[in-house]
Design a protein around this ligand. Structure first.
Ligand code: FE2
Length: 287
């Protein structure tokens, strides 16, 4: 972020605007430069090529339905016309990472906060904060999938319910290992599901094909116990058997899962436990 001046409290360093309490700012697509759109195109073209045969099929269906293409950074208002009709979600622009309580409140109300700015051309492979490419390319297409859309809204409600409690750390692992870094078993083989993987060129290949990480069948309590590390490719991926595998996150059920997880020892990011079921799936070149 060296090109970006440090934010004064409450001020968006990119636009100079005061950040309101809900952190929502206008996207102002007319302010993107030709270079911004070119950066989008470079990232879009590279990732869509890489993801062929590696991502869940609903992802490409979502991209197409929402009109997300290599023609430049999408206009949120145009995407929202389609998205809101399909699943009741809207993409809203934020200046960067938002506080937990704000993030959860938006998700609970089916508003997906997306950074409106795009990385600079020298940051194609690594950024510290999610930008419009990660947030829109990575997260938004699957918001067209009804079960996934419901799951994220339920996660927002759960986040509000656990606000300020230690259990929030457990809950965050669920988001991390599904929405950001989940894999899914499909009839065609193992596929990428998480936005953190599918918006990263390196991790899109590593997550499916490297012999290094563990790939374990998804289990809600196991995930709630598993720490994660943010600064390198993941040591473990959890494999969902389908969208129905996403936990319903009903309050009583989630309370019970979290209580059980917190009563058991934590598990290191790369740690194994005896109950782990390895995911027997094709690891190798995608078909
Ligand atoms: Fe993300």
């Amino acid at each position: 972020m060296d090109a970006v001046p440090q934010a004064l409290p409450g001020l968006d360093p990119r636009s100079g605007r005061v950040i309101p309490p809900d952190f929502l700012v206008p996207q102002e697509p007319e302010r993107y430069t030709a270079q911004d759109h070119a950066t989008w195109r470079t990232l879009f073209d590279r990732q869509t090529e890489l993801l062929r045969g590696r991502v869940v099929p609903e992802y490409y269906a979502g991209l197409a339905a929402l009109g997300i293409t290599d023609q430049g950074i999408p206009d949120f208002a145009q995407m929202n016309e389609v998205l809101a009709r399909a699943t009741g979600w809207r993409v809203v622009a934020v200046p960067g990472l938002v506080p937990d309580a704000v993030f959860f409140a938006h998700l609970a109300a089916r508003r997906f906060p997306a950074g409106y700015w795009i990385r600079s051309p020298d940051q194609l492979d690594y950024i510290e904060e999610p930008d419009v490419f990660h947030d829109v390319f990575g997260h938004v297409p699957l918001l067209m999938q009804p079960s996934y859309a419901d799951y994220i809204a339920a996660y927002g409600r759960a986040g509000l319910a656990y606000a300020g409690q230690p259990a929030l750390a457990n809950l965050a692992r669920l988001y991390w290992y599904t929405v950001e870094f989940g894999l899914m078993r499909t009839p065609e083989g193992l596929r990428i599901f998480g936005a953190g993987i599918l918006s990263s060129a390196g991790e899109s290949v590593y997550a499916l094909e490297s012999a290094r990480p563990l790939r374990v069948v998804f289990d809600c309590e196991r995930v709630l116990r598993t720490r994660y590390e943010i600064d390198h490719y993941q040591d473990i991926y959890f494999v969902l058997s389908g969208y129905d595998d996403l936990p319903a996150l009903r309050p009583a059920e989630l309370d019970a899962h979290i209580a059980a997880a917190r009563a058991a020892p934590e598990i290191a990011a790369g740690g194994r436990i005896a109950a782990d079921l390895p995911s027997h799936n094709n690891v190798g070149a995608p078909g």
